[in-house]
Design a protein around this ligand. Structure first.
Ligand SMILES: [Zn+2]
Length: 390
């Protein structure tokens, strides 16, 4: 896949003015010495990223001066960028800031992130008709409840998902190895299982909550769940949450997790954060080839700060033959809409709904989950687990 050519054709690459403007506001934030001013520019940057319309559409009737969370100093920068495509105000502040090296580093970590306005534009862009439609999306496979670091109860999740028209969703709280995210002990997971089963019997034929877990991939590729512990869940996501700033290659770490016979989805494969960290460095074509071979889905995580995989990497995963999971990674019911960011990347990458596990009917999804888990008894699966299954 020739990335440069593909990127030049991308509507997002050409038109995401809100993302460009938000980047300048963030640079300005990090160039401040006053905490208060820093927070002001950060707030303005976040407000621009979450606008539903491109700034260019707001400029004519003066609405650009009335964006909640954006003060006059930020507005001046916004208007300058809309007018000239750049900002002398920001460049001068960066040049004279003691943080200029860090700001320049952060600038390199903003590629292929979409603003909310760009997401909505991509979802409705008729030029992308034929690509996956949001209407074919049946259920979200990564979210967090009050059982780990999320806010909602299971019932709130079920009701919010039903409101979005989903047939199913997986609740994927963190596993016990990730203490910082309130990871569930196995005793808590057993209690949660009972709660999910009772919820499912109350919602029978309307909605199905899948018992998932987000396992942590250690630096050596092992999961924080034993093989038996992983077997307690219908769906196992594996995701890296540490060693995300190292420039060394970590292909083996991800490959080991993918080859774990109880893993179904490699979630937020890089662990990148917008404007802050690059995440795992790996030979992605190797990672995707192994995932395709193993039938493990690679995730597009729709959290606006993550957007991982983005559409450029997703295109390479598509070419390698991968299946995909498009998930919100929501920690509140409001954040369930983050799925739309993942769908936008999938549309840009040209992924057909057939290759997206969230578009499968529940029977097919459950069958895929069960088949993957049943590989544990096959000899090839056993061979693959010897060094990794603790
Ligand atoms: Zn995670």
């Amino acid at each position: 896949m020739r990335e440069a050519a593909a990127e030049n054709n991308s509507p997002a690459e050409c038109q995401d003015v809100n993302s460009t403007v938000a980047g300048f506001l963030r640079d300005m934030a990090f160039a401040q010495t006053s905490q208060q001013k820093m927070f002001g520019y950060k707030r303005a940057s976040a407000a621009v990223l979450s606008l539903e319309e491109p700034l260019t559409a707001l400029v004519e009737d003066g609405a650009v001066r009335k964006i909640p969370g954006v003060g006059p100093a930020s507005t001046r920068i916004i208007l300058e960028v809309l007018d000239t495509g750049a900002s002398d105000i920001v460049e001068q502040a960066v040049a004279s800031s003691p943080n200029s090296a860090d700001i320049r580093r952060r600038r390199t970590l903003r590629s292929h992130f979409l603003s909310r306005a760009a997401v909505l534009q991509i979802l409705s862009n008729p030029d992308l008709n034929g690509a996956l439609s949001i209407d074919s999306y049946r259920g979200d496979l990564q979210m967090h409840s009050e059982w780990s670091d999320g806010a909602p109860t299971l019932e709130e999740i079920a009701n919010a998902c039903l409101e979005r028209g989903y047939a199913y969703a997986a609740v994927t709280d963190h596993s016990h190895g990730l203490k910082i995210a309130g990871g569930m002990s196995m005793a808590e997971a057993a209690d949660q299982r009972l709660a999910i089963e009772s919820l499912n019997s109350a919602y029978v034929d309307r909605f199905r909550l899948i018992r998932g877990i987000e396992a942590n991939i250690a630096a050596d590729g092992r999961l924080d769940l034993s093989m038996d512990e992983a077997a307690e869940f219908e769906l196992v996501l594996a995701a890296p949450h540490s060693v995300l700033r190292k420039p060394d290659d970590q292909t083996e770490r991800l490959v080991a997790a993918i080859r774990h016979p109880r893993v179904h989805i490699l979630a937020h494969p890089r662990g990148r954060i917008a404007g802050s960290r690059a995440g795992v460095v790996a030979d992605w074509d190797v990672v995707f080839t192994v995932a395709a071979d193993e039938g493990v889905a690679v995730e597009i995580d729709g959290d606006p700060a993550r957007q991982d995989l983005d559409y450029t990497l997703a295109r390479r995963a598509l070419a390698a033959g991968c299946v995909f999971a498009l998930d919100s990674d929501a920690h509140t019911t409001e954040q369930l809409r983050y799925t739309e960011t993942a769908v936008a990347h999938a549309r840009l990458a040209g992924i057909p709904s057939e290759r997206i596990v969230n578009c499968w009917p529940i029977e097919r999804l459950l069958q895929w989950l069960a088949e993957r888990s049943s590989r544990i008894s096959s000899p090839s699966a056993r061979r693959g687990t010897t060094a990794r299954s603790h």
